[in-house]
Ligand binder design. Structure first.
Ligand SMILES: O=C(O)C1=C[C@@H](OP(=O)(O)O)[C@@H](O)[C@H](O)C1
Ligand SMILES: C=C(OP(=O)(O)O)C(=O)O
Length: 426
């Protein structure tokens, strides 16, 4: 049965301080590297949500010990072995980071997930694994379900990779590459979206003692051990987007606590992007403070580096005082849903005029109207709907439970931000 959330309408300014759980992307990388490291490690403040719980479960299925100690995860590497069934859910990080680890295991590891996962592109990764000497059976689809037949080792070496559809294909290979016999010499064919997430991977593997060299065509990873390392996970800055957007929409003030001074997270670009959209943005000792000025300015931007932010920025664009244009985000058609199509439908439903561009969206605000929106099983579409609902009375969103992917208690946090009780009707 479908549950429906009547998202709170809030014309008055919000004034709130928000604490957010750990970064999905940092947690996923920390889990993978801990699993193939040379000793045990502790992850403090990991994100506990569907994506990261599925990653932990996948590693456990390969024999790794991932134990709960209060809110921490203790990870103890073990000989990696199949056979195993991995449920990737709708998680791009499990879909693309886990198979290279599975290739290092002995036995067959089958990866599958939600119906939509079977549509998420993965040919670039599966081709690369084959070229590196791994047997992969995907029925020629280039997508889930597929089975990795690991032999306990991966030859590695030179490989040409098509990662035009997702940076996670590059990240997945780089994360495990030091454990390949010959390491990895990855040359890109074509561009890569979300480059800051590749940079995050490079910084992370280097912090684990892995030597990576930029080659001009890609990266060479020197074979060797992955040093175990305790990690304290930063708050998820991409999930800060809807909360900070609430300051703009209501002309209020929102502070996100523990905003890191230095970070690899692309969500850090929210300070620049929200300032461009008319907010006053200040880095304070308490965190990032965003104050709305009562006016939302349109945004014309290439969001290729920060596509995770696009759904919430698109919601803001529909409430702005002029037309916006987002480009560089063609690959969002392969995200949790086809996000260009979904945003077109949602923003049109609430009164905006939307044009789908070859690589983005043109959004022109119109007279707002109430609407019952779909979640598209996409956490970020629920968050975008919540932002719209602040300004537009009568916004409902079906299946808000999609937020469990990265922020299970989003609805409670959102209503808490506004000082209201949560109301989801089953
Ligand atoms: O490496 C990562 O943690 C991520 C990379 C990006 O993927 P794409 O390159 O597929 O956009 C991003 O959108 C995703 O949410 C997380
Ligand atoms: C694209 C996203 O997720 P995934 O890691 O599943 O690709 C996202 O969280 O916006």
């Amino acid at each position: 049965m479908t549950s429906v959330w009547s998202t709170p309408h809030r014309p008055a300014p919000v004034d709130a301080v928000v604490t957010l759980p750990g970064s999905k992307s940092i947690t996923a990388r920390a889990l993978i590297l801990a699993a193939i490291a040379d000793g045990p490690s502790r992850l403090s403040r990991p994100l506990r949500a569907r994506d990261t719980d599925l990653m932990a479960a996948a590693l456990r299925a390969l024999g790794v010990r991932v134990e709960d100690e209060a809110a921490d995860w203790l990870v103890t590497p073990q000989p990696l072995r199949g056979p195993a069934e991995v449920d990737a859910g709708l998680s791009g990080t499990v879909l693309r980071f886990l198979p290279p680890v599975a290739a290092l295991a002995t036995g067959a590891v089958r990866v599958d997930g939600d119906p939509r996962l079977r549509h998420r592109p993965n040919a670039g990764l599966l081709h690369a694994l084959r070229d590196l000497g791994v047997e992969v059976d995907d029925g020629g689809r280039g997508r889930a379900p597929f089975t990795v037949h690991g032999t306990g080792r991966v030859r590695g070496g030179p490989v040409v990779v098509d990662a035009t559809e997702s940076s996670q294909i590059v990240s997945g290979l780089l994360l495990s590459a030091a454990r390949f016999d010959e390491g990895l010499d990855l040359a890109l064919t074509g561009g890569v979206p979300s480059m800051p997430h590749v940079e995050m991977t490079l910084t992370t593997v280097r912090a684990h003692g892995v030597e990576v060299v930029e080659t001009g065509r890609g990266w060479r990873v020197v074979p060797g051990p992955v040093a175990a390392r305790d990690v304290v996970v930063e708050p998820d800055l991409s999930n800060a987007a809807p909360f900070l957007a609430a300051a703009l929409v209501t002309g209020g003030r929102v502070t996100v606590r523990d905003w890191p001074e230095v970070t690899t997270q692309p969500g850090a670009q929210l300070d620049r992007l929200l300032a461009e959209m008319g907010a006053e943005v200040t880095h304070t000792p308490a965190g990032l403070q965003v104050t709305g000025t009562g006016r939302i300015r349109p945004l014309v931007a290439d969001l290729g580096e920060v596509s995770e932010l696009a759904p919430v920025l698109a919601a803001l664009a529909a409430l702005a005082d002029g037309p916006s244009r987002f480009t560089g985000i063609a690959h969002m058609r392969g995200h949790e849903t086809d996000r260009l199509q979904a945003l077109d439908e949602v923003l049109t439903a609430v009164g905006a005029r939307v044009e789908q561009l070859p690589d983005g969206l043109a959004i022109e605000p119109g007279p707002p109207r109430p609407a019952r929106l779909d979640s598209y099983a996409d956490h970020r579409m629920v968050m975008a709907a919540a932002v719209l609902g602040l300004a537009i009375d009568g916004v409902q969103v079906a299946d808000p439970g999609a937020v469990t992917k990265t922020l299970p208690d989003f609805v409670q946090r959102w209503t808490g931000l506004l000082g209201e009780p949560a109301e989801v009707v089953p």
